[in-house]
Ligand binder design. Sequence first.
Ligand code: SME
Length: 162
Amino acid sequence: MYDFAPTPGQPKAELYRELREAALALVQDEPDAVANMANLAAVIGMFVADLNWAGFYRMVDGELVLGPFTGKPACIRISLGRGVCGTAAASGETQLVRDVHAFPGHIACDAASRSELVVPVVVDGAVIAVIDLDSPTPARFDDEDAAGIEALAAAVAPHICG
Ligand code: SME
């Protein structure tokens, strides 16, 4: 049994350090990428407050395909350059969207989503997946959240490819 939980009231940098440690403990001895993404989606949901969706889209044959997540059922395939996820995957750059209604082409999988953070996962210079976080709160994410999820993505990347 895993019994991870964030320490209440801690600074974001500390929260994301703890999340990274919990995430690596979950994935480091397991070679199966799907199992690892499933546990990562779950542990992100435990540590990061105020989310209505957290999970992965994987790069498969040049498009994004839904991976393990927590939240409502979501759109399955996203073309590169489309929506927040497709923009992150095509550019290789984190997308921090304070107001999803102001993002041209935003794909509304859950009408409750108001802000979104999408971070590419890169292996050997190629985007292999994106981590997508949605919140029902406008402007839920800031640069510290982006840095925390980017560090998480870099740490777990070797464990979710293949
Ligand atoms: N909003 C995303 C689509 C995925 S869902 O949020 C889970 C986008 O615009 O790419």
